[in-house]
Design a protein around this ligand. Sequence first.
Ligand code: CA2
Length: 158
Amino acid sequence: MVNSASMTSILVLNGPNLNLLGTREPDIYGATTLAELEELCSGWGEALGLAVSCAQSNHEGELVDALQAARATHAGFIVNAGAFTHTSIALLDAIRGVALPTIEVHLSNIHGREEFRHHSYIAQAAIGVVAGFGIDSYRLALEAMARHLSSASSNAGA
Ligand code: CA2
């Protein structure tokens, strides 16, 4: 049993329509529901020494609020902003403003899809992007976050 009080907290934030995961378009987004994905993220995080909390909203302002509110209690963000990835300067500004390490994730390979999905505003503020591996994109992002945070802390004061 890991003591979550001693673990680094990470917020996994999902944007619009991701509450529909597992219910439609399984050919693109897979058959795993959002609740199942959140449970998996908690388990993957725990194995990496990360306490994962999860949130989802269909509303741009609520996503901005969630990022700002998490600043005091979290060490980094894994963000799938859904379609707001391609449109939202507000989310870009929020991630820049909060200034915590952020990894952008996508279930699908946005670069292999329609042209309008190729550009991401979020990517400009992210330390990295993982896309195209279905729910494994989140697992890979959590692994990358754990490595990033541990190398950042071992370099602190160097
Ligand atoms: O591939 C991803 O993770 C996306 O962020 C998903 C967004 C899309 O707009 C981005 O371009 C790429 C769409 C999320 C919609 O999720 C649904 C899930 C199940 C059924 C319908 C929509």
